[in-house]
Design a protein around this ligand. Structure first.
Ligand code: HEM
Length: 476
């Protein structure tokens, strides 16, 4: 009896697998057959190897490297429910990132799309994308950021005041710092108090729902993410209503968008205005795109400095020199923060070496040919940025942390720390400002030692040290 049940089960499994195999071969694009690579097992494809590399100590790089060694710079695979072509190299990055007609579209996962909402910058293309970028880009320009410099400087100093003689998790500290900055810039949130706590806890839940499975069942990360997003939108709705009624007036990002761009009934120039939905979707987009990336960059930079004493010494020299020119004991100024050449090279080298966003995901905007392979419009393409950043022909001895690589301009499309083309990071000035200010106060005040040796990375879309980089800090 038991044997017959077993046989029936085996038979059913075989049937199910054959059906899936048949289905997969039917739906896999025919033109993809000539592209080298393996589509792996039926249904799951190569998702298991992908996920296991993703959560390994070294991160996703081994998945790509193994296949590049076997198949070359362009290979196909089937991961996480998608036929995908991975490619690398400067030529690929130029084609993918610039896109001939400007219709470069990002390829977010389902959960990301649902959480961010349909009008997010990340989900628009072409003219609509250009227009949104223009509206959002204004307050993130160098001039726009000047208003927030004092706040950023104060929060950096206050954060670092707490470090003396303590053990800190650099990643947690960097996360708190960057959230306080963005919360204040966007909606004048006070750096401490109940509202800040609510904002922080909702944001963390939203952020961790991004790479979750798309099951909207109570208790799942995805379900919690949608709920936290709704709470965040309620918070924004009540702030927007307060501003419109004239009860509260602030000088922040939200105010400038409400004043200049909110779509009211009738009125002129409706094309260049945002609806409340667009406003909220895009504020959330800025939070999501700007927080983990800046947090990771600050953490990696602190780690690389400790591991490279000669670089730390040279960087400290730049900052002590800036400090020594002040006569009245004043703090960092706007013009000083805009004149830190070596610090900017250290930031670039950090972004190269750590490659915080290891691949950029796109939908091919048109048919094109690369390395003799025809890529069809609509295919999912992942640009492997880690390999571009570790190409020994452009960056000799690529594992070495050496900011002098940026003494002269590097070849185009070989350094993609902030991306390139129409989707290049609009937060680049803010990120550099936050990092320069924080690093200034850090290196003129402290030295630090890691509490453990661990080079592994977290299995998240943004690469970060898995152990959050715990250090013991002492005054200089
Ligand atoms: C060190 C910190 C940062 C790094 C390394 C970084 C990196 C990047 C990269 C590589 C891209 C392009 C991705 C692609 O082409 O697929 C990008 C896009 C983007 N970044 Fe950043 N970013 C940082 C900080 C910020 C900040 C502070 C903000 C905003 C407050 C921000 C907002 C965005 C947005 C909205 C996009 C999408 C642009 C579009 O699709 O048009 N980023 N970022």
């Amino acid at each position: 009896m038991e044997l017959s049940i077993l046989l029936v089960l085996v038979l059913i499994s075989m049937l199910v697998f054959s059906a899936f195999f048949w289905l997969q071969s039917r739906i896999s694009p025919k033109e993809m057959e000539v592209i080298p690579g393996s589509l792996g097992w039926p249904v799951v494809g190569e998702s298991f190897s992908f996920l296991s590399a993703f959560s390994s100590a070294a991160g996703i790089f081994s998945f790509m490297k193994n296949r590049q060694q076997r198949y070359g710079k362009v290979f196909k695979t089937f991961v996480l429910g998608r036929f995908t072509v991975f490619m690398t190299g400067r030529e690929a990055s130029k084609i993918l990132l610039t896109g001939k007609d400007g219709m470069v579209s990002l390829n977010l996962f389902y959960t990301g799309k649902q959480v961010l909402g349909p009008t997010s910058l990340l989900q628009t293309t072409g003219e609509a994308h250009k227009r949104l970028r223009r509206l959002i880009g204004e307050p993130l320009s160098v001039d726009g950021l000047k208003t927030y410099f004092h706040f950023i400087n104060t929060v950096a100093m206050e954060t670092l005041d707490q470090w003396s003689g303590r053990t800190v998790l650099v990643l947690e500290e960097a996360s708190t710092f960057t959230l306080k900055v963005i919360g204040n810039m966007i909606m004048s949130l006070e750096p401490a108090g109940e509202e800040q706590e609510k904002f922080r806890s909702n944001f963390k839940i939203i952020s961790s729902s991004f790479a979750s499975l798309p099951f909207k069942i109570p208790g799942t990360a995805y379900h919690n993410g949608i709920k936290a997003r709704d709470r965040m939108y309620d918070m924004l709705d009540s702030i927007i209503a307060g501003r419109r009624s004239g009860k509260s007036i602030q000088q922040d990002f939200l105010e400038s968008l409400i004043m200049k761009h909110s779509k009211a009934e009738g009125g002129e120039d409706q094309e260049n205005k945002l609806t409340d939905k667009q406003l909220k979707d895009n504020i959330l987009t800025l939070l999501v795109a700007g927080h983990d990336t800046t947090t990771a960059a600050l953490t990696w930079l602190t780690k690389f400095l400790e591991e490279n004493p000669a670089v730390l010494e040279k960087l400290r020299e730049e900052h002590i020199n800036i400090q020594s020119k002040r006569t009245d004991g004043a703090s960092l100024t706007w013009s000083e923060v805009n004149n830190m050449p070596y610090t900017n090279k250290v930031i670039n080298e950090t972004l190269r070496r750590a490659t915080i966003l290891p691949w950029f995901s796109r939908k091919a905007a048109q048919d094109f040919e690369i390395d003799g392979y025809k890529i069809k419009k609509g295919w999912s393409i992942n640009l492997d940025v880690v390999s571009i950043h570790h190409d020994p022909e452009v960056f000799p001895d690529p594992e070495k942390f050496d900011p002098s690589r940026f003494d002269a301009p590097v070849k185009s499309f070989s350094f993609l720390g902030f991306g390139s083309g129409p989707r290049m990071c609009p937060g680049i000035n803010l990120a550099r400002l936050e990092i320069c200010v924080f690093i200034h106060h850090l290196v003129i005040r402290y030295k630090w030692k890691p509490l453990e040796k661990d080079d592994s990375v977290q299995p998240t879309l943004v690469r970060m040290p898995r152990n959050k980089y715990p250090v013991i800090v002492e005054p200089l």
